[in-house]
Design a protein around this ligand. Sequence first.
Ligand SMILES: NC(=O)c1ccc[n+]([C@@H]2O[C@H](COP(=O)([O-])OP(=O)(O)OC[C@H]3O[C@@H](n4cnc5c(N)ncnc54)[C@H](OP(=O)(O)O)[C@@H]3O)[C@@H](O)[C@H]2O)c1
Length: 322
Amino acid sequence: MFAVTAQSFSTDDPLSGLVLGERPDPEVPDGWTTVTVKAASLNHHDLWSLRGVGLKEDALPMILGCDAAGHDEDGNEVVVHAVVSSPDWTGDETLDPRRSLLSERYQGTFAERVAVPRRNVVPKPPSLSFEEAACLPTAWLTAYRMLFTQGGLKSGDTVLVQGAGGGVATALISLARAGGLRVLATSRDESKRAKALELGAHDVFESGERLPAKVDAVMETVGRATWAHSIRSLRPGGRIVISGTTSGPKLDDAMLTNIFFLQLSVIGSTMGTRDELAALATMLDATGVRPLLDRTLPMQQARDGFAALADGDVFGKIVFTL
Ligand SMILES: NC(=O)c1ccc[n+]([C@@H]2O[C@H](COP(=O)([O-])OP(=O)(O)OC[C@H]3O[C@@H](n4cnc5c(N)ncnc54)[C@H](OP(=O)(O)O)[C@@H]3O)[C@@H](O)[C@H]2O)c1
């Protein structure tokens, strides 16, 4: 079958390890099923994989991709849940210390077919296209859990979303708006700030710009470049929910004094549960909110999508179709 794989790692030139071509059909262990992929979306995670982050050398070649929508073995339209927990794990699978994401231990979704545990298949609402549904399992699920589970946000709260152009960030803006929050967003880029407004942000700011009022919570995926601004933007007792560090994880100053003196909470968030993915699909069906697609490409042109993400030349999700 056709697949997009990581063959080697490079920190400086991640695309050098990207190989498009034929791979064997997936092995299907007991209790697993095969999904025929119609659409799969690209995440920053796939670039990290090509840099050797979260992926071991002895796992190569590895088919990349965490997210997919397609048909199950009975022809039903489904969305694939990307978090694979241990067979005996019960409860919140994001807390399983042995969990992995598709494309880390098990072959990923950038292929004609992908094998997943049976419980990792969620019905796709008919109102969502395959391309839209393929955006849900990583970026949109992460955003959903950040806002409504880890962030505990409710309608009427005010939230700041850092780095408006990102896949997770655009999902945060859309979902926060649909959930009745006041939404502020930052971006380094003027055109991305304009698009964030179109997407539903009430107000937009340059990265690092002082806000007119403090917010209840900040959604962080940028890390080093925006951390100080995130801390300074919170009201006393406010929360930072962090799920990524695109600009780097190391801080010169973690601003610990501000954190204890203003009684701020710093809350980590990773992916989401199968139940949250099902709830997210229902929320999109009910509200009419849809993932913003930056571009849709045939999977045979996946290299162009990876290059655009590596250049930061993206607003919304890049989706590959088969
Ligand atoms: N924990 C989880 O479960 C989970 C799940 C999904 C993603 N993630 C992580 O979340 C992060 C975002 O993922 P993504 O797929 O949304 O990535 P992305 O689409 O590449 O978005 C990254 C955004 O970060 C902003 N940014 C990057 N460098 C910056 C800098 N130096 N200064 C200010 N802003 C900067 C940019 O916003 P502007 O250009 O608008 O300023 C960019 O659009 C990644 O680190 C990813 O690994 C984690």
